[in-house]
Design a protein around this ligand. Structure first.
Ligand SMILES: Cc1ncc(COP(=O)(O)O)c(C=O)c1O
Length: 395
């Protein structure tokens, strides 16, 4: 059988890309740093010859760059294939199968935390989920009540939600558990590179993150953790100090290291620029009768607006915007084929009819105020096309 090879054609008229929480384009300096490792003779960092030693040195430089961004010892950085693997390694590798105490997380985690938790539950673990309040933050009084009696062995809380961008009160929750007896992890995949995360100041045992959310390449990330896992997720090699087997993705790791270094250097500039785009967009959006921004009153990532327009189903709006040259996401990109309301909005007690209209804009450094204005004009245009009776009802 002959298969036709389908090659994507990138035209000069690329859409305005507004989906940086799904993945972000690589920083030119990241591409530049990676090029020699794509072009030059292959080398395995475990090989003892000089090529191998060069590859090893590149991996260790990247480890130092990550440690520099996060203010942690380089030895704590375990390179993985991304945020999903880091979350799986933490949850499946660090639980104590002989400890009957529960594993606690929240209802507003990414599927790469929720699904491993379901697997643990199927194995017989006691898994409990903290609730969200309507503002998109974990409900602290409810968390306190649950944690006072649960005495968890492991607690995993998302640092900033990928859909709403809402930053979670991780430090407040840390004070609710016996820190000597509970491993505290945070999925910081959306936060690293967008927020200043100083692990020397935070009471956390482990975080996960991913290069492609901070202008690095796809397919590489890290779990930052001091302890050794009880069980390996991937075994069959002594790499990563016996914490993750398999030949290292050298070129990806080099890209991650460079992306981390640049994120540290450009953090303030990026944060201010992105917040400006988001704030202008949200000010414009407020003029559309009936528009809603989820989690708007909570502290949020600087680049994210999760909103709904009345009468426009999120996927319909997404397709209309796609046709008009704007790339956005209806809810989490990782499950955008599913038409159920987002589990995050359900946890926030948002009515299904409104939750189904949700659409996410996540800005990046390649966006401009013109992009914001063009998107708003298109949204206004779409709303104006609604029958007058609908527009009046929304207002
Ligand atoms: C909060 C969060 N955690 C984990 C992941 C998974 O990361 P990766 O795509 O690197 O596997 C994502 C990706 O969207 C995310 O947003």
């Amino acid at each position: 059988m002959i298969y036709a090879r389908i090659t994507p054609v990138y035209s000069s008229k690329m859409p305005v890309y507004l989906d940086h929480n799904a993945t972000s384009p690589m920083h030119p300096e990241v591409v530049e740093a990676m090029m020699p490792f794509l072009q030059h003779p292959p080398a395995n960092p475990s090989s003892l010859h000089s090529n191998g030693r060069m590859a090893r040195s590149a991996v260790e430089t990247a480890r130092d760059q990550v440690a520099g961004l996060l203010h942690c010892p380089a030895a704590d950085v375990v390179f993985t294939s991304g945020g999903t693997e880091a979350n799986n390694l933490l949850l499946k590798g660090y639980v104590d199968r002989h400890d009957p105490r529960p594993v606690v997380s929240s209802e507003i985690e990414h599927p790469s935390v929720l699904q491993p938790l379901q697997q643990l539950q199927a194995e017989g673990f006691d898994v409990r989920l903290l609730k969200s309040d309507p503002s998109g933050q974990i409900d602290l009084p409810a968390a306190k009540a649950l944690l006072a009696v649960a005495n968890p062995q492991l607690l995993s809380i998302i640092y900033a939600n990928n859909e709403t961008g809402v930053i979670q009160p991780v430090e407040a929750i840390a004070t609710m558990v016996d820190r000597d007896a509970c491993l505290l992890h945070s999925d910081a995949t959306q936060a690293v590179g967008k927020l200043d995360i100083d692990l020397s100041q935070l009471d956390l045992d482990a975080i996960s993150f991913s290069a492609h959310k901070l202008r690095g390449p796809q397919g590489v990330g890290a779990l930052v953790v001091k302890r050794k896992p009880r069980n390996l997720l991937i075994s069959g090699g002594d790499q990563e100090n016996r914490r993750r087997g398999g030949t290292e993705n050298v070129v990806g790791i080099v890209g991650l290291g460079k992306a981390a270094e640049l994120a540290g250097l450009e953090m303030d500039q990026r944060r201010h620029y992105l917040a400006q785009l988001r704030d202008v967009f949200e000010a414009r959006l407020a003029s559309i009768p009936g528009s809603v921004v989820f989690g708007q009153q909570s502290p949020r990532l600087p680049n994210t607006t999760y909103f709904a327009l009345p009468y426009y189903h999120g996927e319909t709006l997404l397709m209309e915007l796609d046709r008009a040259g704007f790339a956005l996401s209806s809810g989490s990109a990782c499950h955008s084929m599913v038409t159920e309301p987002s589990h995050v909005l359900t946890a926030m007690a948002i009515d299904d009819s409104l939750a189904l209209n949700a659409i996410r804009v996540s800005f990046g450094m390649s966006n401009s105020l013109q992009d914001v204005e063009a998107l708003f004009t298109k949204l206004q245009d779409l709303v104006n096309k609604l029958p007058a009776v609908m527009r009046q009802a929304a207002g």
